[in-house]
Design a protein around this ligand. Structure first.
Ligand SMILES: Nc1nc2c(c(=O)[nH]1)N[C@@H](CN(C=O)c1ccc(C(=O)N[C@@H](CCC(=O)O)C(=O)O)cc1)CN2
Length: 297
């Protein structure tokens, strides 16, 4: 079997077009423009690229975009003061603090300072709790993107056996809650899971989010399973330079799986598309307007 490639880049374009259409409707019918503020502290090169892409995509969708680029030496107090200002800014409906933050800043404290209604990353403890209890929440962008691709591929997910490898707050745990809400039978596996390959072999859906290059091999995969690769690992090429690989041994797993997301071009582009989706959703909820269809969990 050779797997169907789930093209995240193409699907992200569809999501972005839906967002743009909803933004245009908000302007036409309600004279409302969604606004997103992205905050970057320090000069991590990858984070700088992601923040630039987010700003560009926000503007292209017709939304207001503000970027705050702060020096690496910015104090926790200064960052918290900026968040308080953004919380009170009526033209801003989404606030995102790019992670990771420098070590001298307490990430949990910063995330807790963002008003939950504007928490387009879905990392605030209120949104975490709402999602965990199956209620309407702001949902983290990467798992939301994975869910959208799975829904597009399967239609309904009810009754499917899903294994999420990785228990991070950003991907693994919210992904598991989203799949549970879709009535999947969900297992969260991690570095201490016994007989991990056997556990993964049970799955109709495998979500790999461990951050270890090509860890998931073909013999772990049930023939025909759907494999969603969240990993973004930069590795050295033998001939020099680097390349991106996921957490899945793509060339071999693609011979066994029924469907698979590539890296690059799979989950990554969906993360930014879902940030736009969350910003328009947050704006609609704040203004008590109808939410966009097909852009929420
Ligand atoms: N506050 C947040 N910080 C971080 C998040 C997040 O969701 N919220 N996620 C990641 C980084 N990230 C977005 O911020 C992100 C990572 C990767 C991609 C992407 O499109 N990747 C491409 C490859 C890009 C390349 O060539 O380097 C792909 O997979 O095709 C988008 C967004 C950590 N921080």
């Amino acid at each position: 079997m050779v797997a169907t490639v789930i093209d995240g880049k193409a699907f992200a374009e569809t999501v972005r077009a839906r967002v743009k259409a909803h933004v245009a409707r908000l302007d036409r019918d309600h004279a409302v423009q969604p606004g997103l503020a992205v905050v970057l502290v320090g000069e991590d090169p990858a984070s700088e690229v992601y923040v630039r892409s987010k700003g560009k995509a926000t503007t292209q969708a017709g939304m207001k975009s503000i970027e705050h680029k702060l020096d690496a030496a910015t104090s926790e107090g200064e960052l918290l003061a900026l968040i308080v200002r953004l919380n009170g800014d009526e033209t801003i409906h989404g606030i995102l603090v790019q992670l990771p933050l420098p070590d001298h800043i307490d990430t949990d404290k910063v995330l807790a300072a963002i008003t939950p209604a504007k928490d387009v990353d879905g990392f605030h403890i209120s949104n975490v709790g709402l999602l965990a209890t199956g209620q309407k929440a702001m949902v983290p962008c990467t798992p939301l993107g994975c869910l959208m691709m799975l829904r597009e591929h399967y239609g309904a997910l009810s009754g499917l056996e899903a294994v999420v490898i990785g228990r991070s707050n950003i991907v693994g745990k919210p992904m598991a809650h989203l799949l549970l809400k879709e009535s999947c039978t969900v297992t969260i596996a991690h570095s201490r899971t016994r007989d991990l390959p056997d556990v993964v072999r049970r799955a109709d859906i495998v979500v790999a989010a461990v951050g270890r290059p090509a860890m998931v091999t073909a013999d772990w995969i049930k023939p025909g399973a759907t494999v969603i690769d969240v990993g973004i690992n930069r590795i050295d090429k033998p001939e020099g330079g680097t390349r991106l690989v996921g957490d899945v041994d793509y060339p071999n797993v693609a011979q066994v799986a029924g469907a698979i997301t590539p890296v690059p071009g799979g989950v990554g582009p969906m993360t930014i598309a879902c940030l736009l989706a969350n910003t328009v959703t947050a704006c609609c909820r704040i203004h008590n307007l109808p939410e966009p269809e097909g852009l929420t969990a």
